[in-house]
Design a protein around this ligand. Structure first.
Ligand SMILES: *[C@@H]1O[C@H](CO)[C@@H](O)[C@H](O)[C@H]1NC(C)=O
Length: 367
């Protein structure tokens, strides 16, 4: 306790040497276009936090998972949002749009993907594991709840390889749950895993372990590699699946903030949504776990911790990467006029559909 306080005091003294304005402010990004404020808003009526979004094979949707545990489907202006699926039947207490303390009961659907062959919707539920529901929706059933004897603790995102009939998915931490995401970040937790689920054998294989907050997952267009966002380190990792480098992993790109979901467009480029850009302070604290742990001892609540790391004024930033990992484009809403804390960017027919884990709407931006 005492040593904790001393460390915390040292930390505060250290901050005093810096100009807090630049220390906590998100950086200016080269190439950036401050255009995302022009996005149109599609409210997710009565709900919050559409974290991931997906369209079905017929172009229906989008479908999105919200904070109260439901998966909703957009059925157009007249019908609006309808309930498509849930990940548990035990939902009598799940009546408030935002109740993190009930997430382990209500479920918290994050990554969503349709299996194009079967029309089934796969769901990475942060608390309830990998689930699946048929094309007409309803109650999702269990697919994976553990790997190598260790329960999934914070299932986050996935991609499906139709050719291989496998699902690649992330468990962000084996120590902390989704509502403790600030602990994953600040404690320097490296217990995250990337796994492969073989649909024909129902076997789960751990492909990468020791990851620092593995988050979004996306396969390359030719299926030769897989990208995994590592939120704490600002890195996008590249795991080779086929060819001479199969099994090798390298850094594909370093992005200027905390990466969330990664989605490939039809050209084979990747949109990376940044939860927030990384201020010098955020960068420093997420690469020095001793400092993060000291900060956790300051007794700040989740909201305070989040705002000190997410950096000043809420904003939105997305980065487009080539299939070689070069930054091709940066789109922002620097002032957060329309969008903030974005979690996914899905490009479709000349539009970007933009999700957010915290906001009560989806953004639609015309390219
Ligand atoms: C899935 O399992 C089958 C049967 O063992 C095997 O032939 C196939 O290669 C596996 N797929 C992948 C991608 O590991």
């Amino acid at each position: 306790m005492k040593s904790g306080l001393i460390t915390a005091a040292t930390l505060l003294a250290l901050f005093a040497f810096f100009n807090p304005q630049t220390l906590f402010s998100p950086p200016h990004l080269p190439l950036s276009k401050d255009h995302l404020h022009a996005a149109q808003i599609l409210h997710v009526t009565g709900a919050l936090g559409p974290e991931s979004l997906v369209f079905d094979a017929q172009g229906g949707g989008p479908y999105t998972g919200v904070a109260d545990g439901r998966i909703l489907k957009w059925e157009g202006e007249d019908r609006g949002w309808t309930q498509f699926a849930v990940t548990t039947s035990n939902r009598s207490d799940c009546v408030r749009p935002f109740a993190p303390e009930l997430e382990h009961i209500c479920g918290r659907p994050l990554g969503l993907k349709f299996d194009k062959k079967s029309g089934d919707l796969y769901i990475a539920d942060a608390y309830l594991g990998l689930k699946v529901v048929g094309p007409t929706g309803g109650l999702a059933t269990e697919v994976v709840t553990e790997a190598e004897g260790q329960p999934l603790h914070f299932t986050n995102d996935m991609d499906i390889s139709e050719d291989e009939d496998v699902i690649y998915f992330t468990d962000s931490s084996t120590m902390f749950q989704r509502r403790q995401f600030m602990l994953v970040l600040l404690s320097g937790d490296k217990s995250g895993r990337l796994m492969k689920y073989n649909k024909s054998t129902k076997e789960v294989t751990v492909l990468l372990r020791g990851l620092a907050f593995p988050n979004g997952v996306a396969l390359s267009k030719d299926g030769s590699f897989l990208l995994v966002a590592e939120t704490t380190t600002f890195r996008i990792l590249q795991l080779w699946l086929h060819g001479p480098k199969a099994g090798q992993v390298n850094t594909f790109a370093v992005v200027p903030g905390f990466p969330d979901n990664v989605r490939r467009n039809s050209e084979g480029h990747f949109w990376v949504a940044l939860h927030a850009k990384g201020s010098p302070f955020a960068k420093w604290i997420s690469s020095n776990p001793w400092a993060g742990k000291a900060m956790l001892k300051l007794g700040l609540n989740v909201k305070q911790l989040h705002s000190s790391i997410a950096g000043g004024k809420p904003h939105a930033a997305a980065v487009k990467l080539s299939d070689k990992g070069e930054i091709l484009e940066v789109l922002e809403d620097i002032e957060g006029k329309t969008l903030k804390f974005i979690s996914e960017v899905e490009e479709r027919d000349g539009k970007l559909w933009i999700a957010s884990v915290l906001m009560p709407f989806i953004g639609i931006y015309g390219l």
